[in-house]
Design a protein around this ligand. Structure first.
Ligand code: AMP
Ligand code: MG
Length: 523
């Protein structure tokens, strides 16, 4: 197995001078060297072949013992020096101080096809950042991370990736709903992959400690490797850097809103500096379209991270990053100006994204109303987001009036068809009529519009209950559903008739089931 190691983070940035692997505050360092714990009986469950190729491995590599050993943490990549990163963060709006990789250990960076990839094991044991926790991860959350990060990539949503999912053979104690009912669960290790795992919180920790020297070192490093369009000598390079981070972050959030993804824990330590979706914890997918929904029971009172709040929280998080970076220039105005501009331009990006979901190519003044009337209506009665947008591409604008066929497209998305009030039906007919008139302004034919709409409205997403079914099976030792869902989600925009059963509303049994609609941070 040939991995081309090309470490930079742990070579060019300051390391923790203490080698002791015990929980503590780590100062004036970007990371601590630490080795993964050796699992007692690792077993490979699944790999992403796509990712395998991207880091320069061949298909047969995954069946070697070396692969299992390296990606379970039992063996080092030759010449590597594994490490955990130091970062802080705002959790649920409050500064939480030092957090860091409490159970993630970077194996190193590899280069393939001129692309840099950091390989990181999640659930690989304690680090100086583990605080009072065990450094491990359970099978259920590892399946969710592995499946969802790959699914998001194939949906064209910027994201960290996942190479492999491995059972550790060790049992891990967790209290899933934090209600005093702790139990042992199977432990697992995911190898996640990203150009870098640097987060907003990596910058924030230095700013909080007024450590400008290391803040500068980290920012210069990040620009050098990941923002090559910025001139090293430019006077305003930190402002340029911030601007790109803002753009990428907002772009990512527009994608989340497009596919109905709710991250669940948008703390600043869970925000990638590259604008990638990172840290798949209590995330979820909208089934019934609901801007107030969050899957995270830990956040059920304030719903800070609800679907409709994600854009605002992204801006809030960016403001925290901006405050940290200001220490490098002592001039807050340009940072504030960027935030103000993007706070406003998000609205335009959102509108254009929603236009694309409805197949609208022209920009008409009244589109914003048409769209807000739609999202309001979708929340009046439980309307499945994925099915609605996929079905609406079948709308025939050439017909003269709304007909049974059009109504049917929408009814298929209702969860409780028998109890839809007549007034809601009436409102839908009115909306469809407005939509028909709006489509008449476009010059595109129905079939072509459908084709284009189906490129942005996925047919298949990783519904919460689907991941849970795969978890339940895996717990019994049957991993076939993990492979099936992974394969399905390689082509989420394609019809794939053999998988039609997954183009369905959430079954009723899943409505209030733990793991389906209710998730906690326990993982
Ligand atoms: P999260 O909520 O997963 O983003 O985690 C927040 C912080 O807690 C990060 O510093 C994690 O590394 C740490 N953490 C979460 N779970 C564990 C665990 N089981 N063991 C050690 N650290 C953990
Ligand atoms: Mg995290």
């Amino acid at each position: 197995m040939k991995l081309k190691l090309a470490d930079t983070f742990n070579v060019e940035l300051p390391a923790d001078s203490i080698r002791l692997n015990v929980p503590r505050q780590v100062h004036e360092a970007c990371f601590s060297f630490v080795n993964p714990v050796i699992p007692s009986n690792p077993k490979l469950i699944h790999t992403s072949d796509n990712m395998l190729k991207s880091i320069g491995l061949e298909n047969y590599d995954k069946s070697t013992s070396t692969f299992l050993e390296i990606f379970s943490g039992s063996r080092h990549i030759a010449n590597s020096a594994p490490y955990a990163m130091c970062y802080g963060g705002h959790q649920f709006g409050h500064w939480a101080g030092q957090l860091g990789d409490g159970r993630a250990i970077n194996l190193g960076e590899v280069i393939h096809d001129n692309k840099r990839w950091a390989l990181q094991l999640k659930g690989a044991g304690k680090t100086p950042y583990s605080r009072s926790a065990d450094g491990l991860a359970v099978l259920r959350s590892s399946i969710r991370e592995h499946l969802c990060s790959e699914a998001m990539h194939h949906l064209s949503v910027p994201t960290t990736r996942s190479l492999s999912l491995i059972l550790s053979g060790d049992m891990v104690l967790r209290d899933i709903m934090y209600d005093g009912n702790a139990d042992y669960e199977k432990g697992a290790i995911v190898c996640r992959v990203s150009p870098t795992f640097i987060r907003f919180g990596n910058f924030q920790i230095f700013a909080a400690r007024k450590d400008v020297k290391n803040l500068k070192a980290l920012t210069d490093y990040t620009i050098k490797y990941f923002f090559p369009s910025i001139e090293k000598s430019a006077n305003d390079k930190y402002v340029q850097f911030f601007k790109i981070v803002v753009e990428r972050t907002m772009e990512m959030v527009v994608h989340w809103q497009r596919v109905g993804f709710v991250h669940g824990v948008m703390n600043t330590d869970n925000m990638s500096i590259l604008g990638l979706t990172i840290d798949y914890g209590p995330y979820g997918w909208l089934e019934g379209y609901d801007e107030n929904w969050t899957p995270n029971t830990t956040d059920k009172d304030h719903r800070r991270y609800r679907f409709g709040n994600q854009p605002g929280i992204a801006v809030w998080n960016l403001a925290q990053l901006g405050s940290a970076l200001v220490l490098l220039t002592n001039q807050p105005e340009p940072f504030q100006q960027i935030l103000d501009e993007y706070g406003q331009s998000y609205g335009v990006q959102y509108l254009n994204m929603m236009r694309s979901k409805l197949g609208l190519q022209l920009k008409e003044e009244n589109d914003a109303n048409l769209i807000s009337e739609l999202t309001t209506l979708m929340q009046k009665v439980e309307t499945d987001m994925t099915i609605f947008f996929r079905n609406i591409s079948e709308f025939k604008a050439i017909e003269l009036a709304t007909n049974e066929h059009d109504i049917q497209l929408i009814e298929d998305a209702f969860y409780n068809l028998e109890n839809i009030p007549a007034s809601v039906h009436e409102s839908w007919t009115i909306w469809l009529t407005k939509y028909r008139y709006r489509l008449k302004l476009e010059s595109i034919a129905d079939e072509e519009r459908k084709r284009i709409m189906n490129l942005v409205n996925p047919k298949y997403v990783l519904r919460n209950y689907m991941a849970q079914l795969a978890i339940d099976k895996a717990d019994e030792g049957d991993f076939d559903l993990i492979s099936e869902l992974h394969n399905l989600l390689l082509k989420p925009y394609d019809e794939q008739p053999q998988y039609e059963k997954w183009f369905a509303k959430r079954p009723e049994w899943a409505r209030h089931k733990v793991g389906c609609s209710m998730l906690s941070c326990s993982s």
